[in-house]
Every structure is written in C-alpha cells, then in structure tokens.
Design a protein around this ligand. Structure first.
Ligand code: F1P
Length: 342
C-alpha cells in the first residue's frame, strides 16, 4: 500500500458520500422537523472532539444564523467536566457528533447531559453498532462517512453536511434543503478544478507554516483544515477569524507563510483586505470563494449551504504535503482512530 492511498480515496469519494448522506436526511426529514427546536428548546448545543468539535463550531454558527435559536458548541470534555459553565436554565437539545460513536469524552458528555436532565439528545455518527448511536432519543447514522484513515476527511464533510441539512429543516427553509442535492456535483467540480493547484502547493517546501482564515459559519471549517494540515503533514498550522488575524498573529507572516482564506460573499471585500495585507507583508495567499478568487466554486448555491466546498481543497493540500514529506496520512504520527479513556 502506498502512503495516503486510503486518504486519497476517501477525499475523492466525498461527492458520493454526500449524496448518500442527503438520502438519509431526506428519509428522516419528518422526524427532524418534529423535533421543532425553535419551539421546544431554549438552546441547541453541539459537541464532539477534535475534528467533530470543529464541526460543532461550524454547525452551531449556521444553526443560530438560520433558525435564530441560540446555539453553542463545546468540546465533549468541557460538557463532561465543566458542565456548570456550559448549560443555561431551560431545556436544551444536544447534538452529539462522532465519526466512531465510541469516543469516551463524547459518551461521558451525553451520559451527564441525560443524567442531569438538561434536555434531549440527537446523535450523528457513522457506525450504528457503537454506543453513541444507542444513546439518543434520536440518532442519525451515515455509513457513507466511514473511513480507514485516522485523520477525518469524508467522515467530517458527510457529518457536517448533515448538520447543514438539519439547520435548513429547522429554519423551515425547504428551498435550502432541496438545493443541497446539487452539492455532490459542485463538490466533484471543485475536486477536479483543484488537482493541479494542490499538487503544486502541497509539496512546495518553501512553505513552512499555514494560517487558515474563516469567519461566521466558516470559522469551524478553518479550524478543521488547520487540524488536517497538522495531523497529516506535521506542519505548523493555525486557524483565525478573518479580521482577528490583524490583532497579533499577522506579526508571524513571512514569505514562507501560506494564508488560506475561506472567503465569504457576505463579507468578501473586508476579508479580501486582510489577504491583501498579508500579500503586502510578503506572505503567500490562497483565496477560496464562490467567485473571483484563485479557487472558485461557481456553485450558484446559497452561501448558507455551500461551505462544505472549502473542505476538499484544504484536505488535498495537506494530503500532498504529507506524501511529499514521506509521511503516511493514513496513519498520522502519534494518533489513533479513536481516543478511549480508562
Ligand atoms: C474524534 C477524534 C478525531 C481525530 C482523531 C481522534 O473522533 O478526535 O477528531 O481526528 O481521529 O478522534 P470521533 O469522536 O469523531 O470518532
């Protein structure tokens, strides 16, 4: 097996995995609508670990934006060990996300949430035979997200897409929910478009550090892509909210820095100004957006539902860099598939 074979296959099969996940969401949409979070709960909480915590950050931001219901994200360990700084009075809906469905911290967080009667639990996972799938009042299972590699790619984007579908349904946005069906083709188009660019950027040894900028519902995705770069290629990598980059981190920019912008449409010009500052400091920039950027999705989809399209680009840069450094992204250094605590 050559290095990264599993990761490569998992990244390129994301469009099919998304289509399968959207089929699950379509089939369970009535159960999801019946939850009626905006009427029945004080807040929605999302939780996970590592990648699935970053997924929770992105999901909470979009859910609140679309539904108006307060939504927050916590690492599972925080909900488990510091519950008093997490919960507010009133019934909550907890959405627990875990690829494996057996990460100890996530199981403990859910157990504590239910034991303390904070509200109802909805679980999202890839494995229906693992503990998490059996804990929730409702559980959604996405087998198409299963993967061999330790570093999440297909699992992340598939589970994340499910939360985008949930936010659309809970906001009563049937228009957004139905246009999700166009994402697999849009994702395929992005994957094909960025093969040359990522094949060039990944192995570029003149780059020694990465910064990932994203705001609003894209900040959690910037965190995830930064983690991918760390896990797969052992490179220095950090995520920031776009304009936050000026408040200190900008001092780190050198000609060997690559700043990747998950640029929005709604605040695209303000975000572009940050990237222009980076260029003026001699740093390198990769801007990704719907249009007018180096990587352009041209999906013609609403901004609220197309954020998943940023993921394959960052995943491929990390994959190519990992392989060019002689590493094996299928088996990242020091990492296990699942973190289990005694
Ligand atoms: C969570 C997680 C991953 C990380 C690594 C270890 O797993 O922290 O985010 O990349 O694989 O496990 P899960 O709870 O989503 O299965």
């Amino acid at each position: 097996m050559e290095n990264g074979q599993f990761t490569q296959q998992e990244i390129f099969s994301q469009p099919e995995a998304w289509a399968a996940a959207l089929k699950v969401m379509y089939e369970t949409r009535q159960n999801m609508l019946d939850l009626e979070p905006t009427r029945r709960y004080r807040q929605v909480l999302f939780t996970g670990c590592g990648s699935t915590y970053y997924l929770s950050l992105a999901a909470a931001s979009l859910t609140q934006e679309l539904t108006g219901l307060p939504a927050r994200a916590f690492p599972s360990s925080e909900l488990w060990l510091y519950p008093r700084s997490s919960y507010v009075d009133g019934k909550s809906l907890l959405v627990a996300v875990s690829r494996s469905g057996e990460t100890t911290e996530t199981l403990r967080a859910c157990e504590a949430f239910l034991a303390d009667k904070h509200g109802d639990l909805l679980t999202l996972t890839c494995y229906n035979d693992m503990p998490l799938a059996k804990m929730g009042q409702l559980s959604l299972v996405f087998p198409s997200g299963k993967e061999q590699s330790v570093a999440q790619t297909r699992a992340f984007s598939t589970l994340y897409l499910a939360t985008v579908a949930l936010a659309s349904l809970w906001a009563g946005r049937a228009d957004l929910f139905s246009s999700l069906a166009r994402l697999p083709a849009a994702g395929q188009k992005v994957l094909e478009q960025v093969v040359p660019l990522t094949a060039e950027l990944g192995p570029d040894s003149a780059i020694d550090r990465f910064y990932w900028l994203g705001s609003g519902p894209r900040y959690g995705l910037a965190c995830e892509l930064s983690l991918k770069m760390k896990e797969m290629s052992l490179s220095h990598s950090e995520p920031f909210h776009f304009l936050e980059f000026r408040h200190g981190p900008k001092s780190m920019v050198t000609k060997s820095s690559l700043v990747v912008g998950l640029q929005s449409s709604v605040n695209g010009s303000r975000e572009a100004e940050v990237l222009a500052d980076v260029k003026n400091l001699g740093g390198r920039v990769l801007d990704m957006a719907e249009a007018g950027s180096t990587v352009r999705f041209e999906s013609c989809l609403d901004e609220a539902i197309r954020n998943v399209l940023y993921l394959p680009v960052g995943q491929l840069i990390a994959l190519k860099r990992s392989i060019s450094k002689g590493l094996n992204p299928d088996r990242p250094t020091n990492l296990d598939n699942v973190v289990k605590l005694s």
